[in-house]
Design a protein around this ligand. Structure first.
Ligand SMILES: C[S@@+](CC[C@H](N)C(=O)[O-])C[C@H]1O[C@@H](n2cnc3c(N)ncnc32)[C@H](O)[C@@H]1O
Length: 151
């Protein structure tokens, strides 16, 4: 078993899962706050230089897990590890947010898709070296093509 302690909590405009945009073409532009516990504040040193961050967090209000599931982006079932479903064996979420500003232990961000009070497990600078032409988007690209949407 592993045990982890939250480094902080998300202050989000979303109190109900239904309010969070879902499905193909959903945009996550909501602003929110990552409130980091005072004891971890030194760990934020130099974070201001990064435009985007990976936020690793816990789906604390998700129950159970389906290894194959139909998610809001498609009407066909997919394996849990090929989706971003909250119902997974280890309920860990990953969100890329834009860092707007830091005020001490508080990070103001854009791109929230978590519920109010979600526990934050870790934060890392967002860096991607994968060129666009090497990215494959799997079943999502097929679902977008069937619906006539562009990514
Ligand atoms: C599809 S998941 C994607 C989350 C993250 N971007 C990822 O890829 O891991 C986003 C959904 O998780 C649900 N959710 C958000 N915060 C949650 C929480 N604290 N506990 C359980 N479910 C949550 C909401 O229904 C939201 O629409």
């Amino acid at each position: 078993m592993l045990s982890m302690q939250p480094i902080g909590h998300v202050r989000s405009p979303y109190r109900d899962s239904q309010d969070i945009p879902k499905g193909l073409g959903a945009k996550h532009e909501a602003e929110g706050v990552l409130e980091i516990r005072a004891e971890f504040e030194p760990g934020l040193t130099d974070i201001e230089g990064f435009s985007h961050l990976f936020v690793i967090w816990a789906f604390d209000r998700s129950e159970g897990c389906d290894l194959v599931e139909t998610v809001p982006s498609d009407d066909r079932p997919h394996g849990v590890f090929a989706t971003r479903s909250p119902r997974r064996p280890n309920p860990i979420g990953l969100t890329v947010v834009e860092l707007l500003c830091r005020k001490g232990p508080v990070l103001h961000v854009r791109g929230i898709d978590m519920l109010e009070g979600t526990p934050i497990l870790d934060i890392k600078p967002y860096l991607s070296s994968v060129p666009q032409e090497r990215l494959r988007r799997g079943w999502l690209a097929e679902a977008e093509a069937r619906s006539g949407r562009k990514p």
